[in-house]
Design a protein around this ligand. Structure first.
Ligand code: ACM
Ligand code: ZN
Length: 479
């Protein structure tokens, strides 16, 4: 029998024989220094399994492929040789721990499942308007005050309250180690200068007005941003990042940079003074100069900053400063950035935002999306599927939204585009569902992966999820 595999390997050669393989079939691993970092060769012949790889990562991926082979062929498998390597070295998934909070045990289930499909970056969204979720020892109020909101009213639905939670540094280390054992690097996101209400609730001096505010209880884009003209406030976020750099050993730190209204900056003396000092003419450039300063600070610590595409607006950032994560702006600044040699992480809102219903982003739409089409393989550094949690009120819902759509991202990141017909991929996803179940990941019935009545699902989602005011606000903020 021939296996069903996700992601599709680069090369499979069937060599004619058949092997009986049990789940615990012994594997002989040989070191092959000539192979690239994540590449591997897997051979099944005469009931024996051999793996060649130059690194633990390659061996890990060979074992993931073998796991799928055994799972989908039963015990009788056509002999084969697979020679495989990824197209992209950044294959990510984002989980928003701020709007709704799921703990370490639940995250581990997601991480385990992502690893089975060779994803290798866990983008962990840890701070936002509705909660600060990472312990920072130097500034304990960030979690003592900023991790608890009085209630939750996403989409106008009263979920009661108070609502809170955060990860201690010990728990963060535990997740980092759990990921590392599965070849996954954690990419923490510490949002700035926008989506900053929770930080301001703990330390009001960080804002332009200094007024006391509380963590937000609903979805949206809020004016409570960092005062980038206040040197003490900028020093504060650098101190936070310093601690984050020490805690998370990975190369990348995401610093947000999306959806930061200018309302407060427009009326702030300190922000105006920074603009005068630096000869900055507009607020987009003010944000650009701030992101540039923070990215330089991270570079000194051996890290690379990632920022959402909005930060390109000021025309300040160069390809040497940052990696850009693109969720919008397919036509203008992002393509210009890649033409200048910049690199993007593709997380297209219309295809890779999995918090929206299948009616809006069916599995086929996610799978058929070519993330390389605008920027070419040279401009695309990574791909990522995103799971924001404003309207994800249970962990089961989170799982059903993320999987199997995240497998489409896994295939694009590992195997490139195009790979195969959608219906081949879908059939493989169905055959591999037991692997998800084993990790405690519920999924919707495959009949619901590509709903016929997309309009109804979309209407139901917007009716049940968004308060009328916030629909307009959201659409405007996503322009
Ligand atoms: C985003 O969805 N605001 C990055
Ligand atoms: Zn200010």
């Amino acid at each position: 029998m021939r296996p069903s595999l996700i992601p599709m390997p680069r090369e499979i050669e069937y060599t004619g024989g058949k092997s009986i393989l049990r789940a615990d079939a012994p594997v002989t691993v040989t070191y092959a220094p000539e192979l690239p970092e994540e590449a591997y060769e897997l051979k099944i012949e005469d009931g024996k399994v051999t793996v060649s790889a130059s690194s633990e990562a390659g061996e890990f991926y060979a074992r993931r492929t073998l796991e799928q082979i055994i799972r989908t062929c039963g015990e009788e498998c056509d002999d084969l040789v697979i020679r495989d390597a990824p197209v992209l070295s950044y294959r990510g998934f984002l989980v928003d721990s701020c709007r709704h909070f799921y703990g370490a045990e639940e995250l581990k289930r997601l991480i385990d499942t992502a690893a089975r499909f060779k994803l290798n970056k866990f983008h962990w969204h840890l701070t936002d308007d509705q909660g600060w979720r990472i312990e920072i020892k130097r500034y304990p109020l960030l979690t003592e005050v900023g991790s608890v909101r009085a209630g939750s009213r996403f989409g106008g639905v009263d979920e009661g309250g108070p609502y809170g939670g955060f990860f201690t540094q010990e728990q963060i280390k535990e997740i980092v180690a759990y990921c590392a054992a599965r070849q996954i690097e954690v990419v923490p996101e510490i949002e700035m200068p926008g989506h900053f209400t929770a930080a301001l609730s703990a330390y009001p001096f960080l804002g332009c007005t200094g007024k006391q505010i509380e963590p937000m209880q609903r979805e949206g884009v809020f004016p409570n941003v960092l005062c980038v003209g206040n040197e003490d406030a900028v020093a504060f976020v650098k101190n936070v990042l310093d601690e984050v750099c020490g805690l998370l050993p990975g190369k990348y730190i995401h610093i947000g940079g999306d959806e930061a209204p200018r309302t407060r900056w427009c009326r702030c003396e300190k922000c105006a003074a920074r603009m005068r000092r630096q000869g900055i003419r507009n607020y987009d450039a003010l944000q650009g100069s701030f992101i540039k300063e923070i990215s330089a600070f991270l570079k000194e610590r051996g890290k690379t900053a990632i920022t959402w595409n909005e930060s390109l607006k000021g025309g300040v950032l160069s390809p040497d400063d940052v990696l850009v994560q693109r969720w919008m702006d397919r036509k203008k600044l992002c393509p210009a950035f890649t033409r200048a040699g910049g690199k993007l992480i593709e997380a297209d809102f219309y295809h890779y935002y999995f918090d929206y219903p299948y009616g809006m982003t069916p599995l086929k739409k996610a799978f058929d999306y070519d993330p390389y089409s605008k920027s070419g393989a040279d401009g695309v550094f990574g791909v990522e599927g995103a799971l924001w949690t404003e309207f994800v009120r249970t962990f089961d819902d989170l799982c059903e939204k993320l999987f199997p759509r995240l497998l489409a991202v896994a295939e694009r990141g590992w195997s490139g585009f195009p790979t195969r017909d959608y219906y081949d991929f879908r059939a493989a996803a169905i055959v591999l569902l037991p692997l998800l179940k084993e990790n405690g990941i519920p999924t919707l019935s495959p009949f619901r992966w590509d709903p016929r009545s997309r309009r109804r699902e979309i209407a139901d989602f917007f009716k049940g999820s968004l308060s009328p005011g916030s629909i307009r606000e959201m659409m405007e903020s996503r322009k």
